[in-house]
Design a protein around this ligand. Structure first.
Ligand SMILES: Nc1nc2c(ncn2[C@@H]2O[C@H](COP(=O)(O)OP(=O)(O)OP(=O)(O)O)[C@@H](O)[C@H]2O)c(=O)[nH]1
Ligand SMILES: [Mg+2]
Length: 304
């Protein structure tokens, strides 16, 4: 069986974690030949998010440095899967659609697949001001990087774990989301994006719209200055032999490796060997009905 790592950053999402987990379609993954590890990164919660996640069979990663990007850098370093899937812990992303996204990823032989939330029909899922800000940041990204992504801020991605060794990821805050997409694109990996449904959030928002908007904008410019688009690799399998001959990539690989080294000093991983099995989940959630969110912020049963 191949291993899929689902990596989720969670700050004070104790209430949402069980609901998000209930939407993970383990039986479909098993049928498609995937074992699943579920990694929750908690760096600063005061509501017991990490304990709840551990009780729900997650590998819990804790890191002293706060922030969304910091959480991802630790969680991705801990992931062992052939492929990594990400998303928020707030019930907004459709984990129940991941088998379909995986099929697309594999049929197109992609290295990095992102998702586009901006065509979502549920107007309550994203505030109008956030929608405008997302379009503005995406427009600027497309201009600066000539990137193909139409939603530069989406938090659901699927990618081959191996590509992490070639990405220079530095953001500890919300800018991590755009940084990983642009790095994958700049390094010549095969990227694509598909539309997904975006759902109403459970619990409270962690984004600080103005501060994060300013930080993200300045990260775009600094990243553009340091990053240069490298030739497309085609399939990543071809990189292995080429990478050492390319001084830029060799340099980046060295830096990523030292980033990982930093991380191992501050990261604590609980339940390091834990895998999710459909039997575990059905025992915990007997009706196995996928969940979504309603406008009041609570996840509720979704008609299927
Ligand atoms: N571990 C960790 N998780 C974080 C941190 N900040 C945000 N998160 C998580 O990252 C995800 C995204 O944060 P949100 O508050 O939903 O931000 P957003 O998705 O940009 O904003 P909305 O679209 O309004 O939901 C959620 O799962 C948060 O719990 C952090 O400092 N540490
Ligand atoms: Mg969110």
């Amino acid at each position: 069986m191949r291993l899929l790592s689902i990596v989720i950053p969670a700050l004070n999402e104790a209430e949402n974690i069980p609901r998000v987990m209930a939407t993970i379609p383990l039986a479909a993954f098993e049928k498609a030949g995937w074992d699943v590890e579920f990694i929750v990164v908690d760096n600063g919660s005061v509501d017991g998010t990490g304990h709840i996640a551990a009780a729900h069979h997650a590998r819990v990663v804790r890191r002293s440095v706060r922030g969304y990007g910091s959480a991802y850098r630790a969680g991705l370093a801990a992931a062992r899967g052939d492929l990594i899937v990400t998303g928020d812990a707030d019930c907004t992303y459709p984990f129940d659609a991941v088998p379909e996204l995986l099929a697309h990823f594999e049929s197109k032989q992609l290295d990095f697949l992102s998702t586009n939330r901006l065509g979502t029909r549920d107007r309550q899922a994203m505030k109008r001001s956030h929608m405008y800000a997302n379009h503005a940041l995406t427009g600027l990204s497309r201009t600066l990087f000539r990137s193909p992504f139409r939603d530069s801020q989406s938090g659901m991605w699927i990618f081959r774990r191996e590509i992490l060794d070639h990405l220079d990821l530095r953001s500890n805050g919300m800018a991590f989301s755009q940084e990983i997409k642009h790095e994958a694109y700049l390094k010549g990996f095969r990227c694509d994006e598909v539309a997904i449904e975006y759902r109403v959030r459970g619990g409270s928002v962690k984004l600080n719209a103005w501060r994060d908007g300013v930080v993200n904008t300045s990260q775009l410019f600094s990243h553009r200055v340091r990053g240069r688009r490298l030739p497309a690799w085609g399939a990543l399998t071809e990189v292995g032999t080429t990478v050492l001959a390319n001084s830029d990539l060799a340099d980046v690989a060295t830096r990523s490796t030292s980033m990982m080294k930093d991380l191992t000093e501050t990261v604590v991983i609980e339940q390091p060997t834990q895998l999710l099995k459909p039997t575990l989940m059905s025992a915990q959630n007997p009706d196995k009905t996928p969940k979504t969110t309603d406008a009041s912020g609570d996840c509720e049963e979704m008609a299927v």
